[in-house]
Design a protein around this ligand. Structure first.
Ligand SMILES: Cc1ncc(COP(=O)(O)OP(=O)(O)O)c(N)n1
Ligand SMILES: Cc1ncsc1CCOP(=O)(O)O
Ligand SMILES: [Mg+2]
Length: 219
């Protein structure tokens, strides 16, 4: 994450796409970008590689226009082929160390964690950031790990400090605008979300509110 840590806000909000009947993946990403988000993950869970590639090319183009970082969920080969900015990997995906061998050091690799042991393992494997959750129940992902709540983040952040592990931690799972101050106070670096933006009456305005809330928590 070397290049963009200069802008503290760039990696404070990751928007993750999700299938809806209302918006296409591309329109969802566009709304988040228009609202000021600069970190987008294309997550197309039940799509084929071919379908994902076609959408990814469009979302990547849009992200470049906005100077945003573009990640793809799960699909290491596609990330390599398209030269996306990075990939997000969970327990059932390619191991982070293997992905690092394929992608090299110039791609971002995020790893999912539910416990401090997960965080440490990803740190040792060379992850660039952690998606840590779920904060609370969400329907956006099936087969959720145990809910962390605020106490879960406090405990993980505290254990990271104790062991000198410095890695950005992004909270995820059922996060709303109102949750942001308390979540940021636990010491995490940022948040990732989907439903709060996609279910809002006005997703662009909702994103703007989230971005300003995160900026306030910076000051
Ligand atoms: C930022 C972020 N955090 C966690 C996840 C979940 O990844 P994973 O556990 O691999 O589950 P799927 O998203 O693949 O269903 C994520 N995608 N992004
Ligand atoms: C991908 C993922 N991993 C854990 S929760 C989640 C979904 C987050 O989406 P939402 O913000 O809609 O709960
Ligand atoms: Mg995954």
């Amino acid at each position: 994450m070397e290049d963009k840590t200069m802008d503290m806000n760039h990696f404070k909000l990751q928007f993750i796409t999700h299938f809806t009947d209302t918006y296409s993946y591309l329109d969802s990403a566009r709304m988040a970008l228009e609202g000021g988000c600069r970190w987008v993950q294309l997550r197309m869970k039940h799509a084929s590689d071919e379908e994902t590639e076609a959408v990814a090319l469009e979302v990547q183009k849009l992200c470049r226009t906005y100077g945003a970082t573009f990640l793809i969920d799960d699909r290491v080969e596609l990330v390599r082929k398209l030269k996306a900015d990075g990939v997000h990997l969970g327990k059932n995906d390619m191991p982070i160390a293997e992905a690092r061998k394929i992608l090299g050091k110039d791609f971002l690799i995020g790893g999912t964690a539910n416990t401090f042991d997960d965080v440490r393992a990803h740190y040792e494997a060379g992850a660039d950031y952690i998606g840590c959750g779920p904060f609370r129940f969400t329907t956006t992902k099936e087969k959720l790990s145990p809910i962390l709540g605020l106490e879960g983040y406090r405990s993980i952040v505290q254990q990271m400090k104790a062991e000198g592990i410095h890695l950005p931690i992004v909270a995820i799972g059922g996060i709303t605008l109102e949750d942001i101050p308390a979540i940021m106070q636990t010491g995490v670096t940022g948040i990732a979300l989907s439903g709060t933006i996609l279910r809002a009456a006005n997703p662009v305005e909702e994103t703007k509110k989230i971005v300003s809330q995160l900026k306030m928590n910076n000051e």
